[in-house]
Design a binder for this molecule. Sequence first.
Ligand code: GLV
Length: 326
Amino acid sequence: MAKPRVFVTHPLFEPAREILNEGCEAEYWAQPDRPPRPELMQRLKDKEGLICLLTERVSEELLRAAPKLRIAANVAVGFDNIDVVACTKRGVVATNTPGVLDETTADFAWTLMMAVARRLGEGEALARSGIWQGWDLDQLVGTDVWGKTLGIVGFGRIGRAMARRASGFQMKVIYTDAVRALVEVEKELKAEFREMNALLAESDFVSVHVPLLPETRGLFDAPKFYRMKPTAFLINTSRGPVVDEAALVAALEEKKIAGAGLDVYENEPFIHSGLKRANVVLAPHLASASLETRTKMACMAAQNVVALFRGQRPPNMLNPEVLEAS
Ligand code: GLV
């Protein structure tokens, strides 16, 4: 029997290709640039599976161009690029890669937090500049991370991994979430619940870990920044549109907050020029980018696809009702 045909918008990593090639006939997009939309549609005409990155929108229009498609497997935990409702309507299983990137993402949120607090971006530029004159008492003095208050917005797996790291830094951890964590979890992580406004007023660092949903789009707007301490920093490794970038730029300009560490942007890869300032550390969407984690993510996407074509339930289904209906 012919193997199911799968289009993969990236060459992935060898271990993921091995998983996929066992059960499928995979066609890989190997160009350095992301596949142009018309090309993607063309390639999907005869495919039963798709493995895509978060830069590819799986929309109603794309699904219409892929009449044989049975699964769209995202190589990311965030799936705001996938119209899950449209997938469900067309009987297409959608999957993501939860769990494997939590620690790596939390590591990176900490990287940004420490970099912006300790002015590493500016220090690095100075060290490379050739004009550094040597140690000086008040040179690039930043602010301590240890002993401060860390406010976590979104207390899911990544938010909790963020909290776990704080004890070594003797930080107070507070969090907010639509759903309050179990008392045992709060105890274990030494994290106290706060309503959003209280968290903003109390935190020295506010780290965002919510998914992008209609309710979280623009969550960080001007009133939120006004509630933060003028000495506080915003860290965002979740999704860019959770933060109203124009409001963030205004808050930075008006010194409503002290700075920001950002990995994600409203209109990637565009970065608002107002964010390119000394008190903002910018990264190009790297939070899960360790070889170990990205390999696991790619393998997970491949396993989801292979499982479906073996007649099994893909482990990370976003719309399980698709299989329940059949
Ligand atoms: C990365 O941003 C992801 O959602 O996995």
